[in-house]
Design a protein around this ligand. Sequence first.
Ligand SMILES: NC(=O)c1ccc[n+]([C@@H]2O[C@H](COP(=O)([O-])OP(=O)(O)OC[C@H]3O[C@@H](n4cnc5c(N)ncnc54)[C@H](OP(=O)(O)O)[C@@H]3O)[C@@H](O)[C@H]2O)c1
Length: 338
Amino acid sequence: MSKTISRRSVLQSGIAATLASALPPIAFADDLDYIPAVPGRPNSPTSDFVKTSTAEEVTAGMDLSGMTALVTGCNSGLGLETMRVLALRGAHVIGAARTLTKAENACASVDGKTTPLVVELTDWPGIVDAGNQVAEMGVPIDMLILNAGIMALPDLHQAHGIELQFAVNHLGHFLLENRLHDQVVAAKAGRVVVVSSGAHRWAPAEGIQFDNLSGDKGYDPRQAYGQSKVANGLFSRELARRLADTSATSNSLHPGVIPTNLSRYQPDREYDMSNPRFKTIPQGAATQCYVATSPILDGVTGYYFDNCNPAVPSEHMQDDQIAAKLWEVSAELVADYL
Ligand SMILES: NC(=O)c1ccc[n+]([C@@H]2O[C@H](COP(=O)([O-])OP(=O)(O)OC[C@H]3O[C@@H](n4cnc5c(N)ncnc54)[C@H](OP(=O)(O)O)[C@@H]3O)[C@@H](O)[C@H]2O)c1
């Protein structure tokens, strides 16, 4: 049966509705179409999972007991489903949300072992505190799932003088990973899973506008989202390079196009769920759960996944020089908190 989900039906933010009229419509569809597996790369780790596979299906039969995962943005959309399914499979999930109430409520809503944690990704001292709290738990982090995100704010907002989508989607996660790095490396085979997007292709022509990270020299909501998502992929790629001598890995992914609160700034957007280009939330959480857990991916690092299979990102997202520069610039920006 055809089911249309209105953006309004998933909105929780009242402010969004007033801001939304200023924003041009976002084309989710054709420019995010499925990209085939990496051609010619030896040992490309393919799976039989497809676009409709769910997070429960890709983890079916797994016993993750004894393992610890940390999921940012655990109170909504893909993060909540990821926490639910990893906890269902026996993992201890540290559920990170912007406030303690949100984290506690989300953790209480799922079965299994969970621990709420406050991570507001614009609050750099708060990220340091969160890292210290996790360190005090004294456990290796087997799965660090950098999932939280915001998309296409109609007007320029900043944190620490940095455009907000870049600050939240990339920079906060960059700092969090650095604070948790030793615990990821201490795991038997720690996995960093960075939730990027096919919309990384919306990035500016130069990939990352290093001379305009503030957005003061010009701001386009959709381009800024693309820039933050290309940054997610580049960060993951450079991290994979830096982890080469360890047992830990880093991969990034596109989850699909899914009706969640991510579209809070486009409240009139409608998702015709009979259209196969859209995914449900259980389907949308599948690739990140797969990349975090599949035994097929032991040692696999530096890839970008889509529909639980390797995919080819934009040329920018394969550019090791931009990746290295992004790391350097990001480290400078948060230097006092590293
Ligand atoms: N849905 C899609 O179609 C789609 C497509 C491609 C990629 N993605 C990516 O998938 C990831 C998950 O998105 P979603 O679709 O599940 O969206 P969502 O339902 O809106 O969830 C986003 C999460 O990020 C959190 N968050 C926002 N700002 C934050 C901040 N400053 N500090 C810490 N957490 C913050 C939100 O917390 P609050 O609820 O407190 O705001 C929420 O928990 C994002 O990285 C997104 O870019 C989604």
